[in-house]
Design a protein around this ligand. Structure first.
Ligand code: SAM
Length: 252
């Protein structure tokens, strides 16, 4: 991934680290569904070595710890602040780009929630996960599809993360080597009282790395006017989430 993009994403999530956990209710819900589906797919209760990529403040980590017995847990994130998550959940921590860092050898669980959309090529990461997984290991990964924040995209914002992809594309990336047990997607709309609330929400969840760069006052006003005029109704302003995820396992 280009150093510039990595740096921008890291700075954005570092800045929002203290506000992310309370604000990112959509991502919390996605982590919940990913873990539920891992259970429902017949994953074992015990993993001897689990790796979570892009752990952030620990929405997924918390559920992994609560729902499974993990021998060793290694967390990764671009943002150094996520070291706190590792300390809170008694896990090892590797700071850096998930694509570039060295992973623990042959984990039997690789999990990641709401991170791969920040990679220019999520498929490349999935190929790496396929090779790294121990025989019999499990993969649980969520990202976002092309309906993500479609209101922003339609009014010309460059907020789109670079690696939006469909659930089918995630499955296709691994299906030669893994048995794909679940392919899921969910489209949900959050509602906000005003466009300023939307911007505040994006800032607090670190999603503005590509949204508000170099915004002038007039650009901001234009954005607020466009969003309000295009979308406001009695229920407020919508913001669409298009989550996609797969559960897969490596055969012995
Ligand atoms: C939307 S948050 C998701 C955090 C957590 N997994 C959750 O479900 O709430 C995305 C996280 O991925 C991290 N991230 C983004 N790009 C990354 C990369 N290339 N390698 C590792 N972590 C990355 C960010 O720093 C951020 O903490």
């Amino acid at each position: 991934m280009t150093a510039q993009l990595v740096d921008r994403v890291r700075r954005s999530f570092s800045r929002s680290f203290s506000s992310y956990h309370e604000t990112a209710n959509q991502q919390a819900g996605i982590a919940d569904r990913l873990i539920q589906d891992l259970h429902d797919s017949g994953a074992p209760q015990h993993f001897s070595s689990a790796l979570e990529l892009g752990c952030g403040t620990g929405h997924l980590t918390q559920l992994l710890r609560a729902e499974f017995e993990l021998g060793a847990l290694t967390l990764n994130d671009l943002a150094p602040e996520a070291q706190q998550t590792a300390e809170a959940f008694n896990a090892g921590f590797i700071c850096g780009d998930a694509v570039e860092i060295e992973w623990p050898r042959h984990p039997d669980l690789i999990a990641s929630s709401s991170m791969i959309q920040w990679l220019p090529d999520p498929v490349k990461l999935l190929h790496r996960a396929v090779s790294a997984l121990a025989p019999g290991g499990w993969l649980a990964v969520s990202g976002f599809g092309d309906g993500q924040y479609r209101e922003l995209v339609r009014i010309g914002s460059s907020s789109g993360a670079p690696g939006l992809c469909s659930a089918r594309e995630l499955a296709a990336a691994v299906q030669n080597d893994l048995e794909v047990v679940k392919i899921e997607e969910s489209v949900q709309q959050a509602r906000f009282p005003s466009a300023r609330h939307v911007l505040d929400y994006l800032r607090k969840t670190g999603v503005n790395g590509r949204t508000q760069k170099n915004w002038t006052k007039s650009r901001l006003t234009q954005f607020i006017d466009d969003y309000t005029q295009t979308y406001k109704d009695q229920a407020g302003l919508p913001l669409t989430y298009h989550a996609v995820w797969i559960i897969a396992r490596k055969l012995n």
